[in-house]
Design a protein around this ligand. Structure first.
Ligand SMILES: C[S@@+](CC[C@H](N)C(=O)[O-])C[C@H]1O[C@@H](n2cnc3c(N)ncnc32)[C@H](O)[C@@H]1O
Length: 163
């Protein structure tokens, strides 16, 4: 649960509830939006996005133990029908339905994801990255403590070159 993900792209680092709230407010998640977490861990951000921000949440996680607990936790929170968690590799996952794409990965994993993933995303997608900025891309918004970065493809960002 802790060691395996390090080899695939990102370590395990559980977030405090107030940090999850901060991330979702920063992303300005709206009711009915599709919120996607690549490497969703135990699904806590997804579950909060659905329970408190009325989003439809999808996520992918490589660790089967975390997937088990994420699905269980979603059912316990009575959002099992609105939080869909896939067990698999985030590099093979289809994020094309995402209105908000949330990432808490390492620079190495991000470098592997970008720019290829941009071809699969909606032009209107908001990409929110926690702790790691996206190299070579200009964020539209950065949190005061510089731990959250928001990118929008349709706001003149040079990443539009890849659409
Ligand atoms: C830093 S945690 C973030 C968890 C969650 N997104 C959050 O914000 O609380 C990174 C997660 O990515 C998962 N992960 C790492 N590499 C992955 C891969 N290639 N495919 C799917 N999940 C992966 C890890 O197992 C871990 O749960």
């Amino acid at each position: 649960m802790v060691v395996l993900p390090i080899f695939f792209g990102a370590p395990w680092h559980p977030l405090l509830p107030r940090t999850i709230q901060r991330i979702l407010r920063f992303a300005e998640v709206r009711p009915g939006e599709n919120f996607c977490d690549l490497g969703c861990g135990e699904g806590r951000v997804l579950i909060t996005a659905t329970k408190q921000f009325s989003a439809n949440s999808i996520g992918v996680e490589i660790d089967p133990i975390k997937v088990y607990f994420a699905r269980l936790w979603a059912r316990i929170n009575r959002v099992g029908d609105k939080v869909v968690i896939t067990r698999g590799n985030l590099f093979d996952f289809d994020p094309s339905s995402a209105d908000v794409l949330y990432l808490y990965l390492t620079h190495q994993a991000m470098d592997q994801l970008f720019p290829e993933i941009l071809k699969k995303l909606k032009p209107s997608v908001r990409i929110v990255s926690y702790r790691f900025c996206l190299r070579g891309m200009d964020p539209q918004k950065v949190s005061e403590d510089k731990t959250l970065f928001l990118y929008q493809l349709n706001k003149g960002n040079k990443i539009n070159n890849y659409q």
